[in-house]
Design a protein around this ligand. Structure first.
Ligand code: GLU
Length: 520
């Protein structure tokens, strides 16, 4: 348990405040939704706050509509922040970094780092940086970067005289502010999921903190905001782990290590075969986005879980188990149960494989939990779209018949279109196998008896069916499938006698006569 000592220390002393901090650079991928979900569950579990912060400092990657998409996705998933863009202002508004920049929040921190000698001005042009990279490559430097060694040959406030720097600044020469990373120092930090991580500062580059347009980079901006917004735990994707050492230094140099949130880097979601990271172009046939997303960057339309017929609860239930488990084999969990069972310690380090079949299974489990009435509300518009104006009561009965094997409500139609449409063709394989003079006689006889029968309840029609078979000396089992084909056109489906009750006597008899007419 020693590993978690620091974590519990923070838990005791800080109100839990976590943030989901996406950049509006595209649609919110399901991996992003999972990060949001874990943040949400953790906040709820500890009676804390969950904040949505929009990290839009990289204007070159800004995508119109992305912010709205993120907000709508969180709403659909039912993982709503307690404060933040689109969800109401708390005391830390604004929550969009571009707006915070206008308030001079980031500059203040960058200046503090400069004053402390932990950051510096760099005036290098794009060409000079390019030359540097080429020079380092030619010298066979494995990972060319602007760092404690290479900065000595560049144009920055560490190599230029004070006078020169002042002149350049006064003249408004474009420049950035970089973090001054020490040459050879051990950086140790604790990650709730990964335990202690140790990195030598020689591997860390002098990250740009403030860009020439005055915008902070992610590295500076998120730290400033995490401090100012009193964030207790920073839970984010594994791809940020390599930057964490630089972040540790920034907290240290600001003298604000006590304000540093606990770090928790989430494992990757892997492709179904386990080979590599799940990408938005995955071909497993399942959506990668919560809602439909038209990406203006690659002119591609991505289909969403919502539009594919998934229930939001099933979607987040599937997601929560990608990299986390409740400690036993429990799989189906309501949101309240997830909140109760959730803990950061049960998040795995290893990547989690996305399982398309299991994902559909989850939806089926949630479908099974819903009443006929609930499902019929979703089915009815689909029936109407096909041009059939049936009552809600009819849709409820139809739902009862077709729901059993379905994973999605949008499969209902396929499982029972014959409830609405008189068949115009018949399963030929069944006819070849089952239709002969004797069985046709059975259909003739049954049609005659049923025509004279007023009671069309399933028990009664079934009894008639059996009695007629017996009378003709045929096993009921022998004619059952044929009879299905007579009434529905297909050889399988829900209980035949319930089908007949629903479509009614008139329609049933009509179909039987039609069959006999067509198969003389
Ligand atoms: N803006 C970052 C992202 O989109 C947030 C990382 C973090 O949570 O610190 O991944």
């Amino acid at each position: 348990m020693r590993k978690f000592a620091a974590y519990f220390y923070f838990m005791e002393n800080k109100r839990v405040r976590v943030r989901f901090a996406p950049s509006p650079t595209g649609g919110l991928h399901m991996g992003g939704v999972r990060v949001a979900l874990f943040n949400y569950l953790f906040a709820k579990k500890h009676g804390g706050d969950f904040i949505l912060r929009i990290e839009d400092t990289d204007q070159t990657r800004f995508v119109a509509g992305a912010e709205e998409y993120i907000i709508n996705s969180l709403k659909w998933c039912g993982i709503e922040p307690s404060e933040g863009v689109g969800f109401g202002d708390g005391k830390h508004a604004p929550y969009r970094q571009s707006e915070r920049k206008e308030l001079g929040i980031y500059k203040k921190y960058a200046d503090k780092l400069i004053e402390g000698g932990h950051a510096y001005y760099a005036f290098d042009t794009a060409e000079e940086l390019d030359e540097m990279r080429k020079r380092l490559e030619a010298a066979k430097v494995a990972a060319p970067q602007y760092n404690s060694v290479s900065r000595q040959n560049m144009r920055n406030s560490l190599t230029l005289s004070e006078d020169e720097v002042k002149k350049l600044l006064d003249a408004g020469t474009p420049h950035v502010i970089r973090l001054k990373v020490p040459r050879n120092e051990e950086i140790r930090f604790h990650d709730v999921i990964r335990g202690w991580v140790v990195v030598n500062s020689a591997q860390v580059d002098d990250k740009v903190l403030l860009k020439s347009d005055g915008m902070p980079t992610y590295h500076l901006a998120h730290i400033v905001d995490d401090i100012e917004m009193e964030i207790s735990h920073a839970m984010r994707g594994e791809e940020w782990l390599p930057s964490a050492p630089a972040h540790i230094l920034i907290y240290r140099y600001l003298g604000m290590e006590d304000k540093m949130p606990q770090l928790a880097h989430m494992p990757l979601i892997l492709k179904p075969d386990g080979n590599g990271k799940l990408s938005k172009r995955d071909k497993s046939g399942l959506p990668m986005f919560p809602l439909n997303w038209s990406d203006p960057r690659d002119n591609t339309d991505y289909v969403g879980y919502k539009e594919s017929g998934f229930f939001p609860d099933a979607f987040i239930n599937m997601l929560v188990l990608l990299g986390w488990n409740p400690g036993d084999n429990k799989e189906i969990m309501s949101k309240d149960e997830m909140i109760e069972l959730f803990s950061l310690e049960r998040i795995n380090k290893a990547g989690a494989k996305f399982d398309p079949e299991k994902t559909k299974w989850f939806n089926q489990q949630y479908l099974r939990k819903k009443s006929d009435e609930e499902l019929a509300k979703l089915f009815l518009p689909m029936i109407k779209e096909k041009g059939f104006d049936v009552s809600e009561a009819f849709a409820i009965k139809a739902t009862k018949l077709v729901r059993e094997k379905a994973h999605f409500v949008n499969e209902f139609w396929g499982f029972g279109s014959f409830l609405f449409i008189t068949p115009d063709s018949y399963d030929q394989d069944v006819l070849t196998k089952r239709l002969n003079e004797q069985t046709r006689n059975f259909v003739v006889e049954l049609t005659a008896v049923l025509t004279d029968q007023a009671d069309f309840s399933p028990a009664v029609t079934e009894a008639t069916f059996k009695a007629t078979a017996e009378k003709l000396g045929i096993g009921a089992g022998q004619v059952m499938q044929l009879f299905r084909v007579v009434v529905t056109g297909v050889g399988g489906g829900p209980n035949m006698f319930e089908i007949m009750e629903l479509i009614g006597k008139e329609e049933s008899i009509k179909r039987m006569n039609l069959f006999l007419e067509r198969n003389k």
